[in-house]
Write a protein that binds this ligand. Structure first.
Ligand SMILES: [Mn+2]
Length: 351
């Protein structure tokens, strides 16, 4: 399998030369951030990332993410134009060597946490989602700002979007996902790209918004919409694993065996008795997931795709983008290398 690391471009406090020094590191996971969702990615921006990675002994071959605009998720009249743009961005990424394009189909908000800097007993900080902190908040009534939420929406826009998703419901969202996949996957196939859907985070409804990429039954349904290896999963253990109903090692083994995982996000999460959760260190004993069982399931099923450590804690006084510091993700990567080696797996590096 191929070791990768997310990088937020030139503004990222974590530098490519640092990422290169992580043992076994190969691929950079990044995106073009200078255009609005729904617009075509400029070729020069894609080329710029690819060139910088190459200059640093790395390869830019995983995109995370090309965002899917609300117009497509809601099935609004402008969606055909935006799907055409999306397909063009995929073609351009492929031209510069991209093999996997990650995306998600979450309404309005990408992920939900209530605090980004919860201090643990050892002094490290991490992202958490506490029901206590969420209780009593109503985005239809209050102007709430949770960390990670798109700040470009006004309160009124958020209210309109929530109402629009309320009208289409889960089945409407499924229909719009199918419409999108049936147009996008053939283009991806043609240019040698795998589309990798990231699960909803957390994998249950928040504020009544429909969420569909949540569990084994729904992943099966998603994969059956277009039965192609190019219609694949970005299996995020921490997102799916924040619901105790998901058996992550079993799901990893099943989908790896079907050759439908393009990209693995591997991290741990600690589920609390009331189903609140904390992002824990990668080590199995720090959280609720058995990371060795997850890696073993990948190795045993011949997984040869990309993996990356996911969100890390902030440790050693590092400051920067919550969840995306260098140190703890590098520790996570080293730990994953150890598990892969111990299970007889192979880490492919560049020549
Ligand atoms: Mn993830």
């Amino acid at each position: 399998m191929k070791s990768s690391f997310r990088w937020y471009g030139d503004d990222d406090p974590v530098k490519l030369w640092q990422i290169r020094q992580i043992p076994g590191m190969r691929s950079i996971v990044s995106a073009v951030y200078d255009v609005k969702p729904g617009e075509v990615w400029p070729e020069e921006s894609i080329k710029h990332i690819a060139d910088e990675c190459r200059e640093n002994g790395l390869v830019f071959d995983v995109v995370e993410s090309i965002p899917v605009p609300e117009e497509i998720k809601l099935g609004r009249p402008d969606r055909d134009r935006m799907i055409d743009n999306y397909c063009e961005s995929i073609r351009r990424c492929a031209k510069y060597g991209v093999k996997v394009v990650t995306y998600n189909f979450m309404p309005v908000f990408d992920w939900t946490r209530t605090q980004l800097d919860k201090k643990a007993a050892d002094g490290s900080t991490s992202l958490v989602m506490y029901w206590d902190q969420l209780k009593g908040l109503d985005p239809l009534k209050d102007d709430i700002h949770l960390p990670g939420w798109d700040t470009s929406y006004t309160q009124e826009e958020v209210r309109d979007l929530i109402n629009a998703y309320g009208k289409i419901g889960e089945e409407g969202l499924w229909e719009n996902l199918a419409y999108f996949l049936k147009r996008v996957v053939p283009v991806a196939e043609e240019v040698g790209v795998k589309m990798a859907i990231h699960p909803d985070d957390p994998p249950y409804p928040i504020f009544g918004l429909p969420r569909i990429i949540t569990c084994e039954k729904n992943l099966d349904r998603m994969l059956s919409i277009v039965d192609s290896p190019a219609n694949a999963l970005c299996l995020c253990t921490g997102s799916l694993g924040s619901s105790p109903k998901n058996d992550i090692p079993a799901m990893v083994g099943k989908y790896a065996g079907m050759n439908r995982i393009a990209f693995m996000h591997i991290r741990n999460v600690k589920i609390l008795p009331d189903t609140s959760f904390e992002e824990a260190g990668h080590l199995s004993r720090n959280g609720s997931l058995d990371l060795n069982a997850i890696v073993k399931a990948l190795v045993d099923n011949g997984f040869d795709g990309y993996f990356r450590p996911d969100h890390g804690r902030m440790i050693w006084g590092e400051t920067g983008r919550a969840g995306y510091g260098l140190y703890d993700r590098a520790l996570g990567s080293a730990y994953l290398n150890g598990l892969i080696e111990a299970n007889g797996g192979t880490i492919e590096t560049l020549e």
